[in-house]
Design a protein. Sequence first.
Length: 594
Amino acid sequence: MVEGIGASSGIAMGKAFVIPTWEWDFPEKLIDVTDLAFEFERLYDGIRHSKNEIEQIKQEFVSVLGEEQTQIFDAHLAILEDPIFMNEVQGIMQRQYKAAEVAVKEAIEKFVNMFDLLDDTYMQERALDIKDVGNRLLKHLLGALEETLPPKDQQYILVAKELSPSQMVHLDVNLALGLVTMLGGKTSHVAIMARAMNVPYVLGIEGKLQTPIQSGDYLIIDGDEGVVFVNPSEDIIERYEARKANWNALHEQLQKLAHLPSETEDGLQFQLAANISSVKELDQVIKNGASGVGLFRTEFLYMDRNSFPLEEEQFAVYKEVAVRMEGKRVVIRTLDIGGDKHLDYLALPEEENPSLGYRAIRISLDRTDLFKTQLRAILRASHYGNIQIMYPMISSLDELRKANEILAEVKRELTAMNMPFNSNLEVGIMIELPAAVMISELLAQEVDFFSIGTNDLVQYVLAVDRMNETVAHLYDPFHPAVLRMLRLTAQNAQRYGKHVSVCGELAGDIRALPIWIALGITELSMSVQSILRVKNSLLQSRQSESSTIWEELSRCPNSSSVVEVLSKYIQADLAEQTQPSQTTNPAKPASRIV
């Protein structure tokens, strides 16, 4: 077994098809000064062909990936139009009299190496986009054939050192069972596309293989656990065949719960909402019976493009979400960029620790032009549904008040323009910083709701960068310090009659259900795929059994003892979440899966 990183969930089993490492190798070619104009014409012709090809690919795959995901190719077009990249190529040709393909190759290598050296995962992953675009351009300049492509008449698990978006669009999702790459990142374009295409994907196994994977090797990949088996034994194959069959059966059974009330066996009602990043996810949100959208990550509207989205574009997206949710709550988080999320067209300062730097609400309050554009779009869309606004990364009352002052200013502007909006829409904040927890009593008096973002809260409370493999094992959402932060936040919100929800990964962890019951938190927002699994456990829980759990938890000295206490209150064994039996509850025959 090889441990990597799970980037797209699911289990895939089948024979490997390995794409060989593809690097251009050709002799350096100098040109005569009289041929310079001809070489420039060759360069411009190659650019035109490359842009046309990218546009064609984008149009062909918009039905597969959706409008948002195909914006990846807008970023590729932008590279071909980028004056810095093209000035570098032209400068090499003019100063050193090198042929167009030589200049392009050198420019690619320069920028790829520069990005790879940055201590920033996002920028390292953007290096692959430059390489992809540069290779496409070189192909046209050299008249080279396409690289080796997978078979078109049999299923396979694709294995490569790294994959580019251009390679991804050539995949037949009916034949590509899964993906394995030596390199890559969970936020890469390929990972985003794999998730959109529902193809299991494991990455980051470079240096972990005793022998290289060969075409024809039998693989098992688990995109949830992030593991790869190469030529496994029969017992492992049988185990994963059973697991995959049970996984499929579980999902079929869970789907039957979609339109049942989300409540405990003794009647405590919950709201199970969805976290989304695009309109494309709404079909699954509705199919899985979500109570609404508890977190709309708007930053994805800003990513993989050349410029900031205009007000009308944002308004159309927010309006569509509001209309399709038919009056259900839609919480739109304002732009949360920075940290590990970057915009190619927004120059952010270089920082030693970007997670603690210029990001989220700090950028919005500094760039009020961007903030007001987004607020106008959200407010206008609020006329068409139950939209609420949420500010990220609030650490002080001053930040909250300044954000609300800008919101009030935008409301006045819209009123003067006779543009309709919901003047009473609720405004809340993310509780994801220890500072916000400690002043939550003050914050609760000036907001309509709290939403606890456990992902960032855990990493800030424990000083653990969850993206850092060296310390990732210390990232512990059941740490007693985290539980005390959760309790203080809930108590202060409830003291002032403000509802509080949870929207981080912990919301989708069934082990935490007794905690939410004990704290009186009955609204959870999670990935769409987690909703029915959490509902299944909720339907088997009892408020009467979990409401007194806090006394036991408060005595726990570490997370292992916390999990041990919680396990006594979870009616469904965790293994049963992936191995459903045929047992039913005679009292509620259609309400749960055991």
